[in-house]
Write a new protein. Structure first.
Length: 315
């Protein structure tokens, strides 16, 4: 028959148990959940709306269709408890869905970020006005969550700043600039590419495509082009002092611009060839103009009908 434990023995057992629990707590740090309650609720539930499209506070599970109520400012415990009970493998399901949908190994992309990216891509790639996202017809025939024009423009500005920072961090302190101009109506646009090398090879990101004349006193001369370049380079954390060369057409403006910067101009080879052909054909300019006028007249239906009676000619 076993002996009774004395008070001393009981105290020793309690002390040993406390020591064991303390060691376990200190040696095994708490595991951090893979997904937050908000991510779990957003991934598995979608909001339910009434006949007028207004939120009801009820959310439906995308996997089983069951509805749960979410009271504002009370957290996602009601939704998450359903997921943990009805879908115990929710973590693996979220990981698999992320890899299949985004093709990345990121832990998870929130529905809010995916929704905003979809609106950005739709408006930009479709060359649509910013107000497109607020159109009643657009919201009627899309399954994207609605977004306001102010939010869309704010996201675009944030993405622009993020891209500028990424390019600026990648650019070396010394770089080249590739220039080209384009005139549409009364506006003259200047496209500027950076030219530098990284471990991945040659990089040519577009830095700016904007009108040269942005202020009332701006001009379309070399000084105006230099002012335009000085405006956007600080967005990338760079200045004109880091420019080592220019690449562009062999025009007077670019030559003057290279002199102002004190860097060489690498002229476009195709442009030099075009200039050489023009110089070669300049003595025959009157004859070429006469042939051009004749061909314009022969393109009319009346003159084309007359050509049919000329032997050895086909129209």
């Amino acid at each position: 028959m076993g002996r009774w434990l004395t008070i001393k023995d009981k105290r020793a057992l309690i002390a040993k148990a406390v020591a064991t629990m303390t060691d376990n707590l200190l040696s095994a740090p708490p595991t951090r959940p893979t997904f937050s309650p908000r991510q779990i609720a957003t991934f598995f539930f979608s909001p339910c709306a009434d006949e007028e499209g207004l939120p009801t506070g009820v959310y439906a599970c995308k996997s089983c269709g069951r509805c749960r109520k979410l009271t504002p400012k009370t957290g996602y415990s009601n939704l998450v408890s359903h997921v943990r009970t009805a879908h115990p493998d929710f973590e693996s399901a979220m990981r698999d869905a992320t890899v299949a949908s985004t093709g990345t190994l990121l832990p998870w992309v929130s529905q809010k970020a995916s929704n905003r990216y979809a609106w950005l891509r739709w408006v930009i790639m479709g060359n649509l006005p910013f107000s497109f996202c607020e159109s009643n017809e657009t919201r009627r025939y899309t399954n994207l969550n609605p977004i306001s024009e102010e939010t869309l423009t704010a996201i675009m500005e944030a993405v622009t700043k993020a891209v500028e920072k990424a390019i600026g961090d990648e650019m070396s302190e010394n770089f080249g600039l590739v220039l080209d101009g384009w005139t549409h109506g009364t506006e003259h646009y200047l496209a500027v590419y950076a030219c530098y090398e990284t471990s991945a090879g040659l990089q040519l990101p577009l830095l700016s495509l904007a009108p040269v004349m942005d202020e009332p006193d701006d001009q379309l001369n070399a000084e105006g082009h230099l002012t335009a370049i000085k405006r956007f380079l600080p967005f990338f954390g760079k200045s004109v002092s880091g420019c080592l060369f220019l690449v562009g057409d062999n025009c007077a403006v670019n030559k003057r611009l290279s002199d102002l910067l004190g860097v060489p101009l690498v002229g476009c080879s195709s442009h030099r060839l075009n200039l050489a052909v023009r110089d070669f054909l300049e003595p025959s300019e009157d004859d070429l103009e006469g042939v051009q006028q004749l061909m314009r007249k022969l393109r009319t239906l009346k003159q084309a009908a007359k050509l049919r009676y000329v032997e050895n000619l086909t129209v």
